[in-house]
Write a protein that binds this ligand. Structure first.
Ligand code: PLP
Length: 375
């Protein structure tokens, strides 16, 4: 069915072939392809700078990064998180032997509702894993206050939030990596910033750097010393090199995405019943996704819009649908009725095609279809 006119929901950003080849050429001299080589070190340096954080550890993907930081924090018991996310968030918690407890989201930005977090806390709660959904930063001050009050760790799933910033109450700009005890980023091919596959954890506690490096390398402490039952989650040099190239162009990437987003918003903001995610002031948005919630009064339902786009060869994603708590592997243990806002949004949301080079003509066509103007 796929043909050349298809518009996909996303399209990976790449440097020029020339730039990438120049970046990786030295690897033919050194033959050092993985295990924290020079590209790995360089990318860590660049990312610390860009994300304005003291510590960062790279991983083979975001999911492994999240599993590793949960492991390194040595948590037990219950972890409060959101059912309105990608499978990875809850899977990482469960795979580390922890029990996920789902709190509800806020309708305005789809991130965890601090009041719902508070209600989900029990004596067994040890951490909160919130998600900056679509790059919308969570209510970090309220979450921080809850964590302080109850002595909980906060580990953000910041997979969507690379490049997002906010101005805090003191007027200081803070990047998405600044909040909680640690933040996981995904550098998957579909994300705003990619290393083909890749991920990272940014964190406050300097002591965690060595521990994370050991966890991602089989728990090896030295040539004859293996202390932890670690896994293998190292980023290789070719992926790090892709990251170095893509990070050079990140400002341009965000500027192009901004143009795409503004074209969508201009087209769609007057349409009754379509709820858009417009950035508030004091926020620098990263334009990672183009979520639209089809409310009752919208010209089409979410599923009608999805089908109308599909019939024109345009990909959209029901993202996030179903809720994680409705997956076959979780639904026997959870009732999504306990998170009614998440349940409602999941049944109405569509993310529209969003990438830096999406032509404006295509956006106009997509907007006409979802507004019911195009038969
Ligand atoms: C992409 C993503 C992940 C997982 O990242 P990978 O790099 O693909 O392992 C986790 N959480 C969210 C919200 C994501 O979008």
């Amino acid at each position: 069915m796929a043909h050349s006119q298809d518009i996909l929901v996303t399209r990976s950003s790449m440097p020029s072939m020339q730039e990438y080849f120049e970046e990786v050429a030295s690897l033919w001299d050194t033959h050092w392809l993985t295990n924290m080589g020079v590209k790995h070190q360089e990318l860590e340096r660049m990312l610390k700078d860009y994300l304005m954080v003291p510590n960062i550890a790279l991983f083979t993907n975001g999911h492994s990064a999240l599993e590793c930081i949960l492991e390194a924090m040595d948590l037990e018991g219950e972890v409060i998180t959101t059912p309105y996310s990608f499978a990875s968030t809850t899977h990482a918690i469960v795979r580390k032997g922890l029990k996920p407890v789902f709190a509800d989201i806020k309708y305005d930005d789809y991130t965890l509702d601090p009041e719902s977090i508070e209600r989900a806390i029990t004596p067994r709660t040890t951490a909160i894993v919130p998600v900056h959904v679509y790059g919308n930063l969570c209510d970090v001050d309220a979450i921080n206050a809850i964590a302080d009050r109850h002595g909980l760790k906060v580990i953000y799933d910041a997979a969507h939030a690379f490049g997002a910033k906010r101005r805090n109450v003191e007027g200081i700009w803070e990047g998405a990596a600044s909040f909680g005890d640690a933040s996981m980023f995904s550098f998957h091919a579909t994300k705003v910033f990619n290393t083909i596959e890749g991920g990272a954890v940014a964190f406050k506690d300097d002591g965690l750097y060595e521990v994370l490096n050991q966890w991602k390398n089989f728990g090896i402490m030295g040539p004859e010393d293996v202390e932890y039952i670690g896994g293998n989650a190292k980023m290789n040099e070719f992926c790090a090199a892709m990251g170095i190239c893509n990070l050079r162009h990140i400002d341009e990437e965000l500027a192009k995405r901004k143009q795409v987003a503004e074209c969508y918003w201009e087209n769609l903001s007057g349409v009754e019943g379509l709820k858009l995610s417009l950035p508030s002031h004091d926020v620098e948005y990263n334009y990672a996704y183009m979520p639209v919630v089809f409310e009752e009064s919208a010209p089409l339902s979410r599923d009608e819009a999805f089908d109308a786009l599909a019939s024109c060869g345009i990909g959209a994603r029901k993202y996030f649908y179903p809720l994680i708590s409705d997956y076959a592997c979780y639904r026997d243990d959870y009732d999504s009725g306990n998170t009614p806002t998440a349940q409602d949004v999941a049944s109405r949301v569509l993310t529209l095609p969003m990438y830096a080079d999406l032509p404006l003509d295509d956006i106009n066509r997509i907007c006409a279809i979802v507004s019911g103007q195009d038969a």
